[in-house]
Design a protein around this ligand. Sequence first.
Ligand code: ZN
Length: 70
Amino acid sequence: MHEEGKLPDLVIDVTEAQLVDSAQEYTFRTKPVRRFPCRVCGASGARDSSNGLCWICRRLKISAWRESEG
Ligand SMILES: [Zn+2]
């Protein structure tokens, strides 16, 4: 039987795609990642969550802590 007026599957796919786009946009707006030069070596990539250090200096600092704890 052919049913008239039933929405094709394509409409659902487009709606889901729009939901994904808006979700990604929402994530970017609500989670701004502030990046600035590392306060030790000046390399870009430092964040607030890493105490102003780039990931390299952060690892060096962590390894230094472990050695001092020895
Ligand atoms: Zn650094």
